[in-house]
Design a protein around this ligand. Sequence first.
Ligand code: HEM
Length: 467
Amino acid sequence: MDGVVTAVFFTLVVGGGLFLFFLWGRKYSKAKLAPGWNDPPMSSECAHQKYDLYHCLLKEHKEGLCPVRAFWWKGQHLVSVCGLKSYKDTENLYNRPLSFFGNDRLHGMRAILNINDSLWLDRKSRIHQCVRGDNLTSFYPVFVALSHEVVKRWATMEKVEIVSEMYKFFMKAIVTTLFGNIFEDDKGIEELVRLYDNCKVKEEAKYGSDGNTSTSHEDLDFEQDLKALQDIMKKMLNSRRNSRSDLRFPLMDELLEADYDEDEIISHLIAFLGGYHTATFYTAWLFHYLSTHSEVQVKLAAEIEKNISNDTRLKRYIQTSSSYLRQVLDEALRLSGTAPFSAHYSPNDLIVDGYHIPANTPIIQALGVTLHSSEVWDHPSQFDPDRFAPDGRHAKRGRQFRPFGVSCTRRCPASHLVYHLVSTLLSVLLHHHTVLPDGICENVKEKTRLTTAPAEALYIKIKPRQI
Ligand code: HEM
């Protein structure tokens, strides 16, 4: 009798298991592969790298009309997504397809942005919170001091070249708040900008759209600049190890307390340092839009005027997400599309917006395509902060507005830092000044790689505001 019960039991368990497996398999076999999946490798213009990736994405997605596309890029089979449903279906992914980004010599393959799975989850739990919550709030006095410093300098300048100025501003803000600034004057900050920028330019040339074009001479230059950058990081690390100061520098302190080895710490530090690049391009576009839209400045200055009367008020103002200031910042994020895509993969097969995506396929989230799609936004090429007004269609921002990434767990850790810092700078600047363009006002060309930067130098000038 016992034998019969056992046999029935096993039949049910095995049969049930097989049935579930059959259903699971049917789910994937029923779903279609993404449009373009079966196209031969060299069939599309993107496979020939006629465009940068962002312009390929625009083309493949038909400027937003086609939400899921498969295509070949640099010999890899990719799926790219840009719609509401496809963002929802991919927002829990967090692993990054490292083969897609290539060997990252600048930050190192142990940096937070280049690790996956349980190692990333572990590092993330320590590192991401360094730029959020109470840590972020504690940076406020530094943000105010740096903003005043910049505005004072700009007031003495005939014209301001915005990218080089913002490079220094963000680099100094990151180093001073997160690492502990060891420099006696700004020359050290300028040197960091020079070294990181040189390395970045050479790295992009090496892995850029034209393939591996760097010469051994350029490789040597890269190695020298990288070594100098790492040496400065080591000095900062040692200075903090030997310091008795009570001040807290969240990222440096967290990494030291975790007791990671020196190479790993330096990789994470350089990864955060690199945020100055993206933040600079974003603010370059922001200043460009502001300088060419005086009506937005007038409205913004009036709001700032009401909120800058004392420190507590200003602090609350820069933290609120329901202000006109935030609408302006978000509209600049949308229109500039500074980070035009993010990329993830699933270790298992996945259904995205009804399409079957095989395990381990790189999935591009085409953030820039969605931010510029006429399916989503009215007059998408216009700078119009009112589209985010509290009673407007986009008041809640929603899934289609994801300038810092779609992933719930791995979107940019520094998004709030960017909002707080740029809000402080604009509040201090527009309190007494007006921003005017100097030079090109229209049709500024863009250079798109991992970020969307102005392709030409942008200048502004600031003038005392007439009250
Ligand atoms: C306007 C400015 C910025 C934009 C638009 C931006 C956007 C992004 C995006 C789209 C990602 C990828 C998210 C994903 O994979 O899903 C990312 C990652 C990241 N960003 Fe930012 N970012 C900005 C500024 C910064 C700054 C100032 C810092 C540093 C202080 C920073 C640090 C990082 C780091 C460390 C990662 C990788 C996180 C990880 O892999 O765990 N970003 N950012």
